[in-house]
Design a protein around this ligand. Structure first.
Ligand SMILES: CC(C)(COP(=O)(O)OP(=O)(O)OC[C@H]1O[C@@H](n2cnc3c(N)ncnc32)[C@H](O)[C@@H]1OP(=O)(O)O)[C@@H](O)C(=O)NCCC(=O)NCCS
Length: 185
């Protein structure tokens, strides 16, 4: 079957992107990783009311099912001298502001019908960061701790979305890899 490719241009025909609220039915969400399902069902609302993570849901218009979610938090990353040079950030400090994708997951059942949902969520986070820069506060990078413990392929997903590894936090023994995407390059 030909899958529909979801992009920023057509996503509105199929989905709503909205904040998590108490009224959302989260029970049916089923990504390939139980930990991500548990987080959405048991932790996401509490994290939101405690202001430690802000969750966005992608909901299918046709039947109200949740296709994907992401939780965003503010972040700051330390860059090495060469990384700062690479991004043309000639400042005496090492810490640069960022927006972090703390959680991201797509429901498996939607992968049969659509492609590009994960990328759409990353692009939506990017849009939110740009909006922040326009009116509220500065944010140069999108960041993520790519979760290799559950799926090593996720590195390739983030690389395809223009994330690169952070040297400062790179450690072969870690279960996650800290990555960043320059929002202005
Ligand atoms: C990782 C995840 C969010 C990707 O969502 P998705 O909707 O499948 O991603 P997209 O369709 O936008 O994929 C974009 C590209 O990345 C590739 N890709 C996506 N997931 C991949 C994976 N797990 N391994 C290897 N490549 C992957 C796709 O094949 C596609 O490549 P193409 O452009 O060459 O066709 C989704 O698979 C998921 O929810 N995984 C379980 C939870 C998880 O690991 N979250 C990330 C935690 S850091």
């Amino acid at each position: 079957m030909n899958r529909i490719k979801i992009t920023l241009a057509n996503a509105g025909n199929y989905f709503y992107l909205k904040n998590l609220t108490v009224n959302c039915n989260l029970e049916d969400f089923n990504s390939s990783i139980a930990e991500y399902n548990n987080y959405l069902t048991n932790e996401a609302l509490r994290s939101m009311s405690d202001h430690v993570a802000f969750t966005w849901l992608l909901t299918e218009k046709a039947n109200g099912k949740i296709a994907a979610y992401m939780s965003l938090i503010m972040d700051a990353i330390k860059l090495s001298f060469s990384e700062k040079e690479f991004h043309r950030l000639n400042y005496p400090f090492r810490t640069i502001p960022a927006l972090k994708i703390a959680k991201l997951a797509v429901d498996q059942s939607f992968s049969d019908k659509y492609k590009g949902i994960g990328t759409f969520m990353v692009n939506s986070a990017e849009r939110l960061a740009w909006a922040c820069n326009t009116a509220y506060c500065a944010c140069r990078f999108l960041t993520v701790d790519a979760d290799l413990e559950h799926d090593e392929g996720v590195l390739s997903f983030y690389e395809k979305n223009d994330f690169i590894k952070n040297v400062e936090f790179y450690n072969k023994n870690r279960k996650t890899i800290s990555m960043r995407k320059d929002l202005y390059k």
